[in-house]
Design a protein around this ligand. Structure first.
Ligand code: SF4
Length: 310
């Protein structure tokens, strides 16, 4: 078993310490954006699982300036053992979906904060036009830029079920454009989408890791209050993953992820007050501990752990 610090996989924490020599936290921000899957350009309903906060439920209020949101985020993290630097994480909605002037102004507010070492931008591959890529490339020259693409699945039937609103080819094109500009890419996948098998999940992992991407986020499907998925869950019986199945699936994913790809997340991170199911996922610490425990047991079963530990 390869160990990176205290984890049997290449974690975000380990990567950031390697890169910056200290613990770095991400501060979730709300730049006041919307999303083409909500404003009617593609759809008005949004992705089926998306909460009213646009999957940015941990961000500060958009009524605050970006500077004040960063300061508020720093205060929130003050009880944790932090370093001195942070990543500005534009998380809520589609964070490249605005005029170029607006994007320029918002990103610059973040990168001009002295404690911000880079920006991570969650977006859709169909919202990365050439002007946006040019802006990101210019920022990336002096502060690091990560682009987070919420692909969720490579399978057309699941993409249509979740109302993602773009084809896989669009994702491929965005990856090529970002690769050409040396901008790091983090791809989000959801584990446990209705009617998706473990085999299909592993196919998604294999597919995206065959591309030139630098990071991956594995997120358990959360059914959140006031989403269309919550209504669907009430009216249809589809099975959701229990903790054992999730752990088995997530470890199988990690086992096939090339060791140079940073694994940013291995659980879901939904707000507890909105969580309908699976309720076991509310205790993130227990889930993470059980994943690590299972890793060790599996390696022991395979004889690898003892061999490498000797
Ligand atoms: S693309 Fe993102 S913000 Fe837009 S509806 Fe889907 S999950 Fe929500």
């Amino acid at each position: 078993m390869t160990i990176w610090g205290d984890k049997p996989y290449y974690s975000l924490n380990y990567y950031l310490k390697e890169l910056y020599g200290e613990k770095i936290y991400k501060i979730a921000l709300d730049g006041g954006f919307t999303c083409p899957n909500r404003d009617g350009k593609i759809d008005t309903r949004g992705c089926i699982f998306c909460s009213s906060g646009g999957s940015g439920d941990f961000a500060s209020s958009k009524s605050l300036s970006i500077y004040d949101q960063i300061e508020e985020g720093k205060k929130r993290l003050s009880s944790k053992k932090t370093g001195t630097k942070y990543i500005a994480y534009f998380q809520a909605y589609t964070n490249t979906y605005a005029s170029i002037e607006c994007l320029n102004s918002i990103y610059k507010q973040a990168i001009s904060h002295p404690d911000i070492i880079g920006i991570s931008i969650a977006t859709r591959p169909d919202c990365l036009n050439n002007e946006v890529i040019k802006l990101l490339t210019s920022i990336n020259k002096y502060k690091k830029v990560w682009i987070e693409l919420g692909l969720q699945t490579i399978h057309p039937s699941s993409a249509s079920f979740i109302r993602r609103g773009y084809e896989l080819e669009c994702f491929n094109e965005a990856v090529t454009k970002l690769n050409n500009c040396n901008i790091d890419i983090i791809v989000h996948l959801i584990l446990g989408l209705p009617y998706e098998s473990k085999k299909q999940i592993l196919e998604s992992v294999k597919y995206i890791t065959s591309k030139k991407i630098q990071g991956i986020k594995l997120q358990l499907l959360h059914i959140l209050k006031d989403t269309d998925l919550a209504d669907y869950y009430t009216n249809n019986s589809f099975s959701i993953l229990n903790m054992e199945d999730y752990i088995d699936t997530v470890i199988s994913c990690i086992e096939i992820i090339p060791q140079n790809i940073v694994i940013h997340r291995i659980t879901g991170d939904g707000p507890k007050k909105l969580l309908i199911a699976p309720l076991w996922s509310g205790n993130k610490k227990v889930v993470l501990n059980n994943i690590i425990k299972e890793f060790k047991i599996r390696d022991t079963w395979q004889g690898k752990y003892y061999v490498q530990a000797q």
